[in-house]
Design a binder for this molecule. Sequence first.
Ligand code: SAM
Ligand code: SF4
Ligand code: SF4
Length: 370
Amino acid sequence: MVEKVIPIRVDEGKGLTPSIPGQLVAANTLTKDTRGRPLRDLRISVTDRCNFRCTYCMPKEIFDKDYPYLSHSDLLSFEEITRLTTIFATLGVEKIRLTGGEPLLRKNLEVLVEMLAKVRTTVNQPLDLTLTTNGSILRKKAAALKAAGLHRLTISLDGLNDDIFKKMNDVDFPVTDVLDGIAAAQEVGFTNLKVNMVVKKGTNDQEIIGMAKHFKGSGVTLRFIEFMDVGSSNGWDMSQVLPSQEVANRINAAFPIEPIEANYPGEVAQRWRYLDGSGEIGFISSVTQTFCHECTRARISTDGQMYLCLFANEGFDFKTLLRSGRSDLEIANAIMSTWSGRNDHYSEIRGSNTAGSKSSRKVEMSYIGG
Ligand code: SAM
Ligand code: SF4
Ligand code: SF4
């Protein structure tokens, strides 16, 4: 991965400044990238490790025991993540998602959740705190996450047929344990759960109707994600993508659905509801119906790099800034100047990308968490 130290532009308050001046905050709510997009959400990857080897994310031929995973000192500490989150929130970020790798593998994650849940009080504004997990150890962790103040949860599950799911996770992990994790989350009081299903044509698309039937009427929103060409190791090709429209057609034939309005501008998933009133489903169609024009998301990788796109091939080194005595104001300025130079719109130009060349090497999904 290419590392690049961002140019820091400090307009005022040189030296250590304990807080971020109001005028800077006000300026940031107006700060847009070169395509007019504001910065609204932040995804933070808390570990590059995972107990699954999903073929579309961490294929085991590459992510084997010799893979150079990050050492503990390379990871941002809980204090560093909280400080960075506070600065982002002060600058107008409204939504934080913890991800990975498998975030629940990060030791004492609930302690981080508790620290982040307090940020909304520090910045005195709403801050949505969510987490995406493969659900494998959710039964063990659900109560602690709820008590720590996590607001919402998304669980990934690619099918209900054990053979198919095991083929996808590639570590023989059974469906029942993920379903049990979902039940545990409901038991401790998480509501509005979401389940993400990556659809790979020819691998698990026969699971679409079964998944829809299972979650219909359960209060859980099932979301279908098109298989994406993230990273440089998952062997993606267009023939394995089942367009969301096709998924919607198949579901509509079994259980009639209709599209509904987005909850907020820039919502990534397109929402549909069952005509019989038994809930809604979502589609994340980053391949066939791109949404770069309203992408308001930044990502912090496990090793503290800020990425401006899921498909980026380089990040901006915020770990060095955090560890070199920079003030909150300097870091805030660095975030703003990085964001204002953003021009990413990979999905819109996917076809013209030179896949496979060195210059097109992209950051792995497990570093930045989807
Ligand atoms: N380990 C956690 C999990 O699986 O939920 C969090 C990290 S995972 C990288 C975040 C999300 O990215 C998951 O819902 C996963 O299914 C999705 N994902 C990973 N690789 C993908 C790909 N190639 N195309 C589409 N979605 C992908
Ligand atoms: Fe692990 Fe999530 Fe990637 Fe699957 S999608 S390998 S569970 S990080
Ligand atoms: Fe955002 Fe990049 Fe995805 Fe476009 S391709 S929606 S810019 S993350």
